[in-house]
Ligand binder design. Structure first.
Ligand SMILES: Nc1ncnc2c1ncn2[C@@H]1O[C@H](COP(=O)(O)OP(=O)(O)OP(=O)(O)O)[C@@H](O)[C@H]1O
Ligand SMILES: [Mg+2]
Length: 251
């Protein structure tokens, strides 16, 4: 199906009270950050979208596609990178990527090379073609999935749950996924990732309590925080590469 919009219609929070934010409409190219303390309901909101909830989940929310309740779940609509991501198939990386591309009817390219090229820009120790999928580390697994979602998957909606905990270059990952006309929802505790989205929904007690739009002050904050994050990232890369930090990097 071609997706023109996806809409989240309010349900209730954990205490049964109706949600303050009544409706959120998202169109291709939109990103929405989902923020809130631990346990506030971010993952549940993402899973409502993944399941195309029809008032049949604990939140009572409903999801509309193109303004209507879908008659049945379209295949391949949503690609999810959850907080618990594991491969269950027993094969090597190159075979998995090639098989996935073939399943989606995308012949003709050297998909294993292309996908691994991106995955290896996102994570530390390189993934090799003949690595067994189940032997990948947590960060490598997520880097491979992001590259697969960005380059092979046709899913118009992408759900990312706490990408910052994946041990990968999160900004490069979002950049790889953005600008492809997809709808991206990202549940995150990371201020830089939050401010990369023009809008954010704030969760509390299981409910959507605010919908904020990034303003001029926050756009300046975004630049500032991105600079600080870069310093932090460089220091981490230096330390985890076994090097020493020098005074030159600070003065
Ligand atoms: N609207 C709701 N109605 C009923 N239960 C809810 C609702 N929203 C969340 N919950 C419950 O609250 C708990 C925490 O929710 P969730 O896992 O989504 O939090 P989270 O914000 O993703 O936390 P974390 O930051 O730790 O990942 C879960 O047990 C979930 O089932
Ligand atoms: Mg969560």
């Amino acid at each position: 199906m071609s997706l023109a919009s996806i809409s989240i219609l309010a349900g209730q929070g954990r205490d049964g009270g109706v949600e303050v934010v009544r409706r959120i409409d998202l169109v291709p190219g939109d990103t929405l950050a989902v923020v809130g303390p631990t346990g506030s309901g971010k993952s549940v909101l993402l899973s409502d979208i993944e399941q195309l909830a029809e008032g049949d989940t604990p939140s009572g929310r409903r999801i509309l596609l193109n303004g209507r309740a879908p008659e049945r779940s379209p295949l391949g609509l949503v690609a999810t990178l959850s907080q618990r991501t594991n491969f269950v198939i027993d094969t090597n990386v190159a075979t998995f990527v090639a098989t996935h591309a073939a399943c989606l009817d995308k012949p003709g390219e050297d998909w294993p090379n292309i996908v691994l090229g991106l995955a290896n820009r996102l994570c530390g120790e390189p993934i090799r073609h003949d690595d067994p999928l189940q032997g990948l580390s947590g960060g490598q697994t997520r880097a491979l999935m992001i590259a697969d979602i960005a380059l092979i998957s046709d899913a118009p909606v992408i759900l990312l749950d706490e990408l910052e905990n994946a041990g990968i270059d999160k900004h490069a990952a979002i950049a790889a996924l953005a600008d492809r006309g997809k709808i991206i929802l990202t549940a995150t505790h990371d201020p830089v990732l939050v401010l990369m989205s023009r809008r954010r929904v704030v969760m509390r007690g299981g409910a959507m309590v605010h919908l904020h739009e990034r303003d001029a002050a926050e756009t300046l904050w975004q630049e500032r925080l991105r600079g600080l994050d870069e310093i932090f990232r460089n220091a981490r890369e230096t330390l985890r590469g076994g090097e020493r930090l020098t005074l030159g990097g600070i003065l």
